[in-house]
Write a protein that binds this ligand. Sequence first.
Ligand SMILES: Nc1nc2c(ncn2[C@@H]2O[C@H](COP(=O)(O)OP(=O)(O)OP(=O)(O)O)[C@@H](O)[C@H]2O)c(=O)[nH]1
Ligand SMILES: [Mg+2]
Length: 602
Amino acid sequence: MSFDKGNLTQNILNSGKGLSDSLLQAISSAQAILGGLESEQQKLAGKFDELKSRLKEGRFHLAVLGQFKRGKSTFLNALLGEEILPTSVIPLTAIPTFIFWESARRLRVVFSDEKAPIERQPADNAELAELLKEYVTEAGNPKNQRNVSLVEVFLPSPILQKNVVLIDTPGIGSTFRHNTEATLNFLPQCDAALFLVSADPPVTEVEIEFLKEVKTKVARLFFLLNKVDYLDVGEQEIVEKFLVDVLKTQGGFTDNVDVFRVSARRGLAARMANDQALWQNSGMQAVENHLIEFLASEKSGTLRKAISGKALALVIEAQMTLELRIKAMQMPLADLEQRLTLFEKDLQEVEQERIVSHDLLKGANRRMHEFLEEYSAKLREKAELYLQSLIINTIEKSDDAKIDEDSLSEVVARGIPGYFEHEVGATAALFQEKMRATLHPFQNRTNSLIEQIRKTAAQIFEIPYQAPEFEDAFKVVEKPYWVTHKWSSNLKTVTESIVDRFYSAENRAKRIQQRIFAQVKNLVIQNVENIRWPIYQSIDQTFLHFGSELDSRLRDTLEATHGAIKATLARRKSREDETAQSLKMFCAADEELGRIRETLLS
Ligand SMILES: Nc1nc2c(ncn2[C@@H]2O[C@H](COP(=O)(O)OP(=O)(O)OP(=O)(O)O)[C@@H](O)[C@H]2O)c(=O)[nH]1
Ligand SMILES: [Mg+2]
């Protein structure tokens, strides 16, 4: 315990030094006060760390999407005011690139295989641009042979300081379909997406199809009509009207569609020449204002409200622990002993309930595994039927004599990624929901035990009762694994048996079909296993994490109530003379927390 009243104000001032943000300051002050007290307060002080990092993490994720060569990378360079992202007249960006704010330039390349990420600190933007070319472009990294899964760029660019993360994505519709899949997978984490189309041609079928998928994944979608420098104002109006019509009639957009007309190229030139009029004229100013100023600050406002509420709940909880200590110090010793005995009787009941809950949790874990096995068996059956139907359709369409195993293998190999990519997403979502539903009652039970302990403590020791704020203990352990997953889709080359030659064309086709079917079976087994095994592990880890999280919450509550009272009693018995001093200190801390509470409420 290293807290004294004289240092209190200094402590608070120091903790908030250099922070202009009042919420961050209130959080840091509460943390500083609690950090100098007993273990139950120190634990609460630690919980403020998470709030601090969530404040910092609450960045606005904005992805730029569109068909290849629409000018996505040029647009982002214009926003950044630097020529960093590679741009070209041929399809270029092959890897999603995330751009974050940081005071020094840095590059981080993350791989989809076992390789450790690469970190670089380029001396200037030119070096950074060169490095990026090596990893994110089709020319530097053809067909993604380096197995890069994403690239992170850290830059001291002013726009990023507005708590925005910009994401450059590979253009859709080029020959690299795997890049489109990669883009679709991270979209749910984006707060908004900008969809770039350009005047030449206005909008294509590929874009409309892609948009339909994007629409289901991103909450806010905006359109940029880029390259308007090719058109005069009259033509721009015609193209914009055409775009809006197509989005409404074919893209399924019913509400108003936001379209910004820009010339990213002029915008970039404006930034390079520091020409404000040209920046305004290029249409970039309007986009910047709308997206970054308005949307990002809206998000940050909502986040701050939520965090301020959580900080308040923690301060209130801390005050309850302080008041319990204060009461235990002020009460006559005999009285304190008596009330403690009463409290302990009640706690025995809580312990019984905790044990029962643990046994029930084990049963739920077992049942979840049984369900997974049944589910996987069905998945195998379904996948096999699907792939068989692909083969049968192909055979039916071709002449029996001309059927060859290589082209049938091709059909299967092409069908597998799309099919399993979908199944993996659906399966993961299903299990996540099922686990959440299963675990929810356990969380409720633990929460009511915690409430019971606190209510009893408040009643017996006559302090005001404060209802705690409960966090969700459910967390799926395991990262989404479908992003980087490679599907096995290659059938082993089958050398046509010599015997086949003696069969009629029809029988020969049948024999080929049988052989391919047998291999499809093996492929299905492998691929379903790729889905089943991570989920199998995730179930166990999630249950384990959940069980220990609930236990530790219960332990913390017991420590903050029963533990604190017992410790005070023991200290009073051995060092009664120190009590007066400690009492003063706890009262001062309680008072300061009261002031912070008022700030958070205002
Ligand atoms: N005229 C004109 N050209 C532009 C504009 N914006 C981009 N371009 C050009 O369009 C070409 C493609 O630009 P990029 O920024 O590489 O396009 P991208 O969408 O990132 O392309 P991918 O990465 O391949 O998907 C380049 O030659 C740019 O200079 C613009 O506003 N006007
Ligand atoms: Mg690009």
